[in-house]
Write a protein that binds this ligand. Structure first.
Ligand code: NI
Length: 172
């Protein structure tokens, strides 16, 4: 497995639409494994291929039941086919550093996807797991969680990033 670099805001690749996966081959499985390793190293609980600059409809999510466990699930070409209820939960994103915020999401979603071998499947997710799936599927559409915030909050974050980037550019 190889660690990949996670792209961060405002990298324009994060705004691209991901393409459906057609080839279910060894390379796809390898990419999913790399993404999982990168996610656990970060550490995070979900990662979309877009975040490593791979514009395919592929996400990995952590499904570990116990602490220290590293059990993940790759979802290929995932699509929300049904949703209900509302919940507000705190979110962060490996591609959007230095900010966490409450985001309003569906409380329950049903997602169709293909597994890493191309087999079609369906999963029902609720609460925190539903949040993770909605967040990662958003990435495949070029959407970041900060897009769900109020314009004022988003503006404050953009200013902060500008300052951080300016800071990085300053020679020491
Ligand atoms: Ni994210």
């Amino acid at each position: 497995m190889t660690m990949r670099t996670i792209l961060t805001y405002p990298n324009p690749l994060l705004r691209q639409m991901a393409r459906p996966v057609i080839n279910f081959d060894e390379e796809l499985r390898q990419t999913a494994d790399d993404m999982a390793e990168t996610m656990y190293d970060a550490p995070g609980i979900g990662l979309a291929a877009t975040q490593i600059g791979d514009l395919r409809q592929l996400i990995v999510v952590d499904i570990s039941k116990e602490k220290g466990e590293k059990k993940f699930m790759p979802l290929v070409n995932p699509r929300i086919i049904s949703s209900e209820g509302r919940q507000i939960d705190e979110e962060g994103c490996l591609s959007v550093p230095e900010i966490t915020s409450n985001v309003k999401r569906f409380r329950k979603v049903i997602v169709t996807y293909q597994d890493i071998t191309g087999e079609t499947a369906e999963i029902t997710a609720e609460e925190r797991f539903a949040v993770v799936l909605q967040h990662e599927i958003d990435h495949l559409h070029g959407i970041l969680f900060i897009d769900h915030l109020s314009p004022l909050k988003r503006q404050l974050y953009k200013k902060k990033v500008k300052k951080m980037l300016a800071g990085e550019a300053r020679p020491f």
